[in-house]
Design a protein around this ligand. Structure first.
Ligand SMILES: Cc1cc2nc3c(=O)[nH]c(=O)nc-3n(C[C@H](O)[C@H](O)[C@H](O)COP(=O)(O)O)c2cc1C
Ligand code: SF4
Length: 274
């Protein structure tokens, strides 16, 4: 069966799909003809759905991107510029959480939103490992601290930023500087042999956290766990990523304890206009 079918009764021959396809897989013999897919086009198709998305006439049917699961864009829900700018600036790293669990359905809905993040070649290889057991989270924080103490006791200590030893001291004084007593920890990961793995999972985590903020939740990227996870075998066992997934990053999730009232400033962008 053809990967793409063009509905001749609906097609207005405007050629939008021809121009839009990133792999140049759709062609028109002339401006009055209904488009067709190039020979063997199905082998190079990214399954990105741009052809389905760009057709204003619902004239293009892609076998893997059915119209039924490609809803129309609701104009009333489109953010305006001011809303988008404030929303992006409102996102904060959350380190103080309410003592309230995050249920599986909620985590699932955030991961569902992250599925729409761009991925290299539309490969969609990012996977998610989710921990919600308090004892396991505490164990992972303990193992991260054990790794950090080993680093501080080694020659590598001189290369560590000043906050590194401070975080260990504070943890030992009872402040959870590693997982912030969050009720949930997620690790996004991708196969080591996939070149865009780190980029894809970073974008996916960004989608995840922006969706979390819009849903009344808060997140914090966890560089210290991610770093320890590269070297600590006990921590690797505790986190339990898929075997071949050597690209990964961690984030905690929970309900923020505090509200924020101002938007702190950042450095001006450094731009080289060429
Ligand atoms: C790490 C990365 C690299 C990409 N490289 C290219 C590229 O070189 N050329 C291109 O046309 N698109 C590139 N893309 C875009 C993807 O092909 C695109 O995200 C994917 O097909 C899904 O389409 P969407 O972004 O419209 O959802 C890249 C995306 C990512 C995340
Ligand atoms: S799904 Fe993407 S790559 Fe495939 S034909 Fe449509 S636009 Fe081209």
């Amino acid at each position: 069966m053809a990967l793409i079918k063009f509905d001749e009764t609906r097609c207005k021959k405007d050629g939008f799909c021809v121009q839009e396809c990133p792999a140049a897989l759709i062609k028109q013999t002339d401006e009055n003809s209904v488009p067709v897919m190039v020979a063997q086009g199905d082998q190079s198709c990214l399954r990105c759905g741009h052809c389905v998305a760009v057709c204003p006439h619902d004239a293009l049917h892609h076998e893997n991107i059915p119209m039924e699961s490609s809803p129309k864009i609701i104009k009333g829900l489109v953010l305006n510029e001011a809303q988008a700018a404030q929303y992006l600036r409102t996102r904060r790293s959350i380190r103080r959480f309410k003592n309230k669990p995050v249920d599986r359905k909620t985590v699932q809905s955030l991961i569902d939103a992250a599925r729409y993040a761009p991925t290299g070649g539309n490969s969609q290889l990012v996977t998610w490992t989710v921990h919600t057991d308090a004892a396991q989270l505490k164990n992972m924080a303990d193992l991260t601290i054990a790794y950090m103490k080993a680093v501080l006791a080694s020659d590598a200590a001189k290369n560590m930023p000043p906050y590194f030893s401070r975080f260990v001291d504070a943890y030992e004084a009872g402040i959870n500087t590693i997982t912030h007593n969050a009720p949930c920890l997620v690790v996004a990961s991708a196969p080591g042999d996939y070149a865009n793995g780190m980029v894809d999972l970073s974008i996916a985590l960004s989608y995840f956290e922006l969706m979390a903020a819009a849903s009344g939740l808060g997140t914090c990227w966890l560089g210290l766990i991610a770093r320890a996870l590269k070297f600590s075998e006990p921590l690797k066992d505790a986190v339990g990523l898929p075997e071949s997934h050597t690209h990964f990053y961690s984030m905690v999730l929970g309900y923020p304890k505090f509200k924020y009232h101002r938007l702190p400033e950042r450095k001006p962008a450094t731009i080289f206009w060429k």
